[in-house]
Design a protein around this ligand. Sequence first.
Ligand code: HEM
Length: 522
Amino acid sequence: MSLLIFILAGVVGIILLQPFIAYARDPHRLRRFTSASSLAALTPLWLMYHNYFGKRYIAVDKAHKKLGPIVRIAPNHISFSDPAAYKEIYGHSTPAIKDEWYDNLAAGNPSMATATDKTVHSQKRRNLSNVFSPKEVVVMEPRINILTHKLLHALKKKSQGEMLSSADKYAVVNGAFDLRPWINMFSFDAMGSMCWSSDFGFLEKGGDSCFARTAEGAVIPVHAMETFHVGVAFTTLLAHLPLQWYKLGRRIFKKTWSGQCAENFGSMTRFKVMERMSTPPAGRDLFSHFPIQATEKRPVPMKLPEIIVENQVMLSAGSDTTQSALTYTMFLLAANPEKQRALREILESTLPAEEVKGLVASYNSLKNIPYLKACIDESMRLYAPIGFGLPRRTLGEGATIAGHHIPGGVTISAPVYTIQRNEKLFHDASKYIPERWLPEDSDTTEEERRNLKDYYLPFSLGGRACIGRNLAYMQMSLVVSAMVMAFDWELAKPGFEIVPKEKFIFNSGPLPVKARPRVEIV
Ligand code: HEM
């Protein structure tokens, strides 16, 4: 017995000592960099703790402000807040690849977004390039137009204190309601419609219940928003652990609510993909470009697990980012009535009269209105939908970042939240000033204009930059302009501050607002 206790104590001792041994050995010479805390130098728990509470962005930001532009935020992870380092880490000529964190997220079935191997990624990007071609923005616009009308209709009901159906659980209290779930339901419906010609019907019923098909073929009811947000928070948190621990964690927590949500989001996509494959629509949608049939040029068609994971990425990368950008933009416009009025006046005086009357204008007209883009870009500068330092891994000989040689096998990143709020790059960097984006603005220097070009990075840079940005701008332009022309927006409580809750995406807490219809909305 005492021998068993002795052995067990030895094993526990070795596990506990291991971080200290690794720290002392310091194979990558990372002790030369200041640590965000002593815990950060020893275990990934410092980062995971802040990730768990949705506050990683602010913890890393504070660490840089206190300790300088290079900070060790995990035993093998160095964060760089020097703006020039961003290009070195993510630009086209970067020697780094996506970190093992993405391998964990991929769980053995990589997508275009999670593939770490450069050859696998290029192959995937080539296979799916037609899905994201500029032509598709034009083809998809009518679907977004219809859904924007549905969003306006739902918001009209909420502004009048009404419920959409028995599925609508979003109460209106003293004339105020939470705008966030409505934008989120729009973004799910938008991706459903564009990807598979079948939206989820969320905006019509005012609720997010839908179906998921498990890997075993069972069809189960789920709530899309909760499934996605809880599932993503769970996987992105666990993915900080080394691969074996990650796998163990997934197994241990499989039956918990978070583990189930992580599984169910994949199952939601499986349901939609199977439905789309069994009943192809008459018209073209994004799925039409998936290489699911053998052709002369591509004799081996894409297999079902890959089809599902690529569609899952489109649903997650495409809906939650847009949702986040739209929520913060509407928050900032409601909090800054003078900017809201200026945008409305510009829209109504610039757009053709019939487009103003119709409320949902054409992207062709909207993309020529710089102030609209300025309002959206300034919101994404302050609240980038993906604001944390996306982890990359140095290879072989390593890389020189911000003048420091980083050996191969080290995780490096640069936090967009911190860079985009850098006072040295942008005047009044924490303030919402869409005017800084306009060429005629006299408060913006030539240097700041260059910085806006070089260090505005919500879509990242290089070979792994966002492939869906054109689709995103089309959606955001239609929705923001329609909401501003249709309603006067006001925060439910003056001075209310939105509370960011970062998961993978820079989500937020509730956004209680009051909306006064300005015109007849049908
Ligand atoms: C405001 C909206 C959006 C923002 C801010 C945004 C931002 C980003 C960022 C920062 C990345 C790089 C992620 C990384 O390195 O891990 C990315 C990648 C990606 N995004 Fe977006 N995105 C948006 C909308 C969309 C939409 C609408 C779609 C699809 C319809 C989409 C599809 C993708 C895909 C497939 C990738 C992976 C690209 C690759 O690795 O080659 N995104 N996005």
